[in-house]
Design a protein around this ligand. Structure first.
Ligand code: F6R
Length: 615
């Protein structure tokens, strides 16, 4: 987690760094800091809180001049969030300055040795240890900054994206990466450094993404030089043209990114299947699958690994793959999978799902599966992300940047991609007739318009939110395809409104959670007319007899549940397989409104970060 930004060039660095940090705040936002260098002196400002707090503090306390700057927005790992632990950090001499995203795991032993040799530390961070190690190497070996960084990094264990400069070299920043992302934007006699391209997109479309174990000397007037940290081999920068545009990363008239992203779903789903789903011709075209069809068709099983919301999308996919394509699927939390010595064979296909493409546990699970011979396929949103690069093949969701910390459009677009894959494999395996295949393709094509219609319930959902905004607990129930939707609804509510919520398969209620139900307990039930409707109706009866409050998400025209529930939210009818793409939407809106009414920071909920790059 944490976001880093750097600038060196002909402009004032301050506004670029501050704006860049605001764009990266999704990565962490418990404290922030900035350093500016005018060629002679550095100005440092750090504070607990958001980038807005840093801005206020900096305006009041430092000169904001300087054509070189580094900034950091933090999600604390080592040391509580406060000004001292915030980055940037100086070395003991005050000559070297660093920002760091990641964790140095062996920092304690390095720190102990440095202390024995006379180094002192102000903060509790691993980062201050790293900058002093670099300083010690530089002085002891009599080498330049780049070499010192390289030698020091060969002594550390952990993950990092760092940017370092030396006050005696005002035209140079040294950067390095292992495990955490780092992009360099290349402008006209200026360079930008950032955790992703969003901080510099209005200045340049050209960027280099560092690979793991690469470092670069970013020097004004010189082309970027890349080196391998381990063996000093020269690496050649692959300059990419960025597709991102500035409108995509602004709020566009909405109060919050989350709301904007919820409303973007019709477009995002359409963009995700555009060019892939050719319903008229009865074709699904996906290069990553087409080129590896045999691997999928001959797979013993598909293992899906992911975290959080992406894991919920994986659960939906399990239902779809097994139901349609008749391929056995196991869905695993990446964090468990990577540490439990799973049985993986060369005949397994592993699908990794990740919006950011940077989630540390998912990345580690991929690496392990590759080492054990599995074919690894990625479903990512962020183009060029670590997971997208690490997998053998993949399919992007074309959701566009997701900035609200709570995942919304990523979830529905992940389900869209996974549905396309399952449909394609089912067709190739001859699991269903042409007419059933065609019918599902046509239904999928109709989803964006149905999501649009579902969004029209926003006002009704806001009214329901008003009734339940003060609840302390909430239960979400669903069955079959909509069980993962219940899990996702509960996750959305707890992460942004801080109300305790649980998702359960509706039938499991009797095995425990039913004890919680009383007249204070809102129970959100997904009760679409397809699937196990009658069973869900029975579950609703059970809740009703215990005076629970029922908010039901149903297909339009529902009569049975409508008579039983306290509140009804209708979504247009579709096939059971595709229903999660619609039933999810009201749950996103419900969480959004409840969180807002409770005065919570919807886009940046406490303790969270969008991209979990630490395990
Ligand atoms: C919840 C949420 C998280 C992420 C999880 C995985 O709203 O956003 O649970 O889904 O951290 O992130 P990615 O998909 O980037 O791997």
């Amino acid at each position: 987690m944490c976001g880093i930004v750097g600038y060196i060039g002909h402009r004032d660095a301050y506004p670029i760094i501050i704006k860049g940090l605001q764009r990266l705040e999704y990565r962490g936002y418990d404290s922030a800091g900035i350093v500016l260098f005018d060629g002679e002196d550095t100005q440092l400002s750090k504070t607990k809180g958001k980038v807005e707090d840093l801005k206020d503090k900096s305006k009041a306390t430092i000169s904001t001049k300087g054509k070189l700057g580094l900034g950091h927005t933090r999600w604390a790992t080592h040391g509580v969030p406060n000004g001292v632990n915030s980055h940037p950090h100086y070395s003991n001499s005050g000559n070297l300055v660093i920002i760091h995203n990641g964790i140095i795991e062996n920092y304690e032993s390095i720190k102990k040795a440095l202390v024995e040799r006379g180094y002192t530390f102000e903060s509790d961070t691993d980062t201050e240890v790293l900058i002093n190690l670099i300083e010690e190497v530089k002085e002891k070996e009599g080498v330049k900054l780049g070499k010192a960084v390289q030698i020091a990094l060969n002594q550390v264990i952990g993950a990092y994206a760092i940017a370092v400069f030396d006050k005696s070299k005002p035209d140079e920043i040294v950067v390095a990466k292992l495990g955490s992302p780092l992009a360099i934007g290349i402008g006209e006699n200026e360079y930008f450094i950032a955790s992703d391209a969003s901080p510099f997109i209005e200045f340049t479309n050209n960027a280099v993404y560092l690979e793991d174990e690469e470092m670069a000397i970013v020097r004004l007037g010189k082309e970027i030089k890349l080196r391998k940290i381990k063996d000093d081999a020269i690496a050649y920068p692959n300059i990419q043209e960025l597709q991102l545009n500035i409108e995509e990363i602004e709020k566009g008239g909405y109060d919050h990114f989350m709301l904007k992203e919820i409303y973007e779903q019709p477009r995002a789903i359409l963009d995700t299947y555009r060019g892939r789903l050719l319903a008229n011709q009865g074709i699904i075209r996906m290069a990553g699958i087409d080129q590896n069809l045999e691997k999928f068709l001959n797979a013993n099983r598909i293992i899906i690994v992911a975290c959080g919301t992406s894991w919920h999308a994986g659960l939906v996919a399990e239902y779809i793959f097994e139901d349609l394509a008749r391929i056995p699927v196991e869905v695993e939390y990446a964090s468990e999978f990577r540490y439990r010595n799973p049985v993986i064979t060369e005949n397994d296909v592993l699908i990794a799902i990740s919006q950011s493409g940077e989630t540390a546990d998912t990345l580690a699970a991929i690496k392990m599966a590759k080492e054990r011979g599995a074919f690894v396929f990625g479903v990512c949103n962020v183009v060029g992300s670590s997971i997208a690069r690490e997998t053998h093949a993949g399919a992007y969701t074309h959701a566009g940047p997701e900035i609200g910390v709570a995942s919304t459009k990523a979830f529905t677009t992940q389900i869209t991609v996974l549905t396309l894959i399952a449909l394609k494999l089912a067709k190739e395996k001859g699991e269903f007739t042409d007419s059933k295949f065609h019918e599902l393709l046509t239904q999928l094509e109709g989803i964006p318009a149905k999501v649009e219609k579902t969004l029209q319930s926003n006002v009704l959902i806001e009214q329901i939110a008003d009734v339940y905004k003060d609840s302390t607990n909430c239960l979400y129930l669903g069955r079959g395809y909509n069980f993962p939707v219940a899990l996702e609804g509960a996750l959305k509510l707890k992460e942004i409104s801080y109300i305790h919520a649980e998702g359960y398969p509706a039938a499991e209620m009797k095995h425990g959670p039913i004890a919680l139900i009383d007249d204070q307990m809102p129970v959100i039930v997904i009760a679409t007319r397809k699937g196990h409707y009658e069973k869900v109706v029975s579950n609703i009866q059970e809740i009703k007899s215990r005076h629970g409050k029922i908010i039901a998400v149903v297909f339009e025209g529902d009569e049975t549940v409508t008579q039983l529930a306290d509140h009804i939210i209708e979504v247009p009818e579709t096939s059971e397989t595709l229903s999660p793409l619609l039933t999810t939407i009201p749950l996103q809106l419900l969480s959004y409104h409840i969180a807002l009414m409770r005065g919570c920071n919807v886009d940046q909920p406490r303790n969270l970060a969008k991209s979990v790059t630490v395990e």
